[in-house]
Design a protein around this ligand. Structure first.
Ligand code: ADP
Length: 374
């Protein structure tokens, strides 16, 4: 019963409207029949009118019983009422069937929605039989499923990636320790090597944990102070100039003071640091990194451009996902946790800003940050 509620409801509503229309039409017919033929019969009986004067010459009027017209009116009324009832019932049955047919795709959609669970998010509802609004609804539902599936997959891989990212440096530390233990008389040089390896692994663990903490806490951090952008850029360039120098990369910034946005200075500083750090890290000796601050009437634009190793088209669509690292950076053993750009993206969302990337392998990469100006 519950399953057919809409079908029954529409049928009942159509039924009520149709019955009212039939009743009115039948009442009108009955009234007209009684009015014209009933009155005519009475007048005829009283001899006040003559038989149908339009009969052709020489044709005699049929022999008419005194109550001929009353009987005819009764028969007409009876037939009209029966016809009304039969037509009404037939129309109702047809309405029920037609509505059922119209709602079939909606029922199918309802059934498919009911069958969706975390184990079959890759299923899609067939669009073939749907039409009109139901087609739109099915399409929206399928698109929502795709987004859900994507979010679910990212979440599922998140824990595995985080564990892997922490396990690798821990395993490196453990094996360095075993190597040291196996040596009966380790020298100062062996200890130094062990300490250097351990420091590198610890740095990697700290970076991963910091990234994870940022991703977890970002939503609660206030982001509504007035922040001047150029001093933050200069500070980030200053902090990364040593890394740029050791990689033989020319790092410079162009911009003007006096451009401010609403936000959190620490988080925005983090965005610029992460982008500039990547531009230096994924570069080549002799390469350049240029940070430019521009503005128009209501927006501030920060562009971080490098002429480093670049990012392939397929990788470019994933770089903002947590733990994603392009094959090139893995194969070239460039250190990183794959969390930097995920944090950048979240910070930009927190600031209602935008971040876009364009790149060509071997030519370089450009990141463009857009923020609303005060
Ligand atoms: P990571 O810790 O690996 O640097 P990110 O989230 O900052 O993590 O970056 C994700 C991936 O995007 C990197 O591993 C790298 O493959 C790619 N990438 C980011 N910035 C650049 C860049 N400027 N040039 C080339 N590749 C980049």
């Amino acid at each position: 019963m519950k399953k057919d509620t809409l079908q029954i409801r529409i049928t009942v509503i159509v039924g009520i409207i149709m019955t009212a229309a039939c009743l009115l039409l039948t009442a009108n017919s009955l009234f007209s029949a009684r009015r014209y033929y009933g009155d005519y019969a009475e007048l005829l009986e009283e001899g006040l009118v003559e038989y149908d004067p339009v009969l052709p010459d020489g044709v005699l009027p049929p022999a008419i019983e005194p109550d001929f017209y009353q009987t005819a009116v009764r028969k007409f009324s009876f037939q009209s009422v029966i016809a009304m009832m039969v037509i009404g019932i037939l129309a109702l049955a047809l309405t029920y069937a037609a509505v059922g047919r119209m709602l079939r795709s909606l029922k199918e959609l309802t059934r498919s929605v009911g069958e969706v669970n975390d184990g079959n998010l890759d299923r899609r509802v067939e669009l073939k039989k749907a039409q009109g609004e139901v087609l739109e609804l099915t399409d929206s539902f399928n698109r929502m499923l795709s987004r859900l599936e994507e979010a679910f997959l990212i979440q599922k891989s998140f824990a595995a990636n985080a564990a892997h990212e922490l396990k690798t440096p821990l395993s490196v530390m453990k094996s360095s320790l075993q190597v040291l233990e196996m040596d009966p008389n380790p020298g100062t040089e062996d200890y130094r090597e062990f300490m250097a390896d351990t420091k590198q692994s610890l740095d990697r663990i700290i970076k991963t944990v910091e990234g994870l903490l940022s991703l977890a806490n970002l939503k609660d951090v206030p982001a509504d102070s007035e922040v001047e952008v150029y001093p933050l850029i200069k500070q980030a360039v200053q902090e990364l100039s040593a890394a740029a120098h050791s990689g033989n990369v020319a790092l410079s910034a162009v911009g003007t003071d006096g451009i401010s946005v609403y936000g959190n200075p620490d988080l925005l500083y983090r965005v610029f640091c992460n982008l500039i750090e990547n531009a230096v890290k994924y570069n080549r000796p002799g390469g350049t990194v240029l940070v430019t601050l521009r503005q128009d009437a209501d927006k501030a634009y920060v562009e971080v451009a490098d002429d480093g190793i670049g990012i392939g088209e397929e990788a470019l669509s994933h770089i903002f996902e947590p733990f994603y690292r392009a094959d090139q950076s893995r194969s070239q053993k460039i250190p990183g946790s794959g969390l930097g750009l995920a944090v950048v993206k979240m910070i930009m969302e927190r600031h209602n800003g935008e971040i876009e990337a364009e790149s060509a392998v071997g030519e370089g990469t450009k990141f463009l940050v857009t923020l609303k100006k005060i």
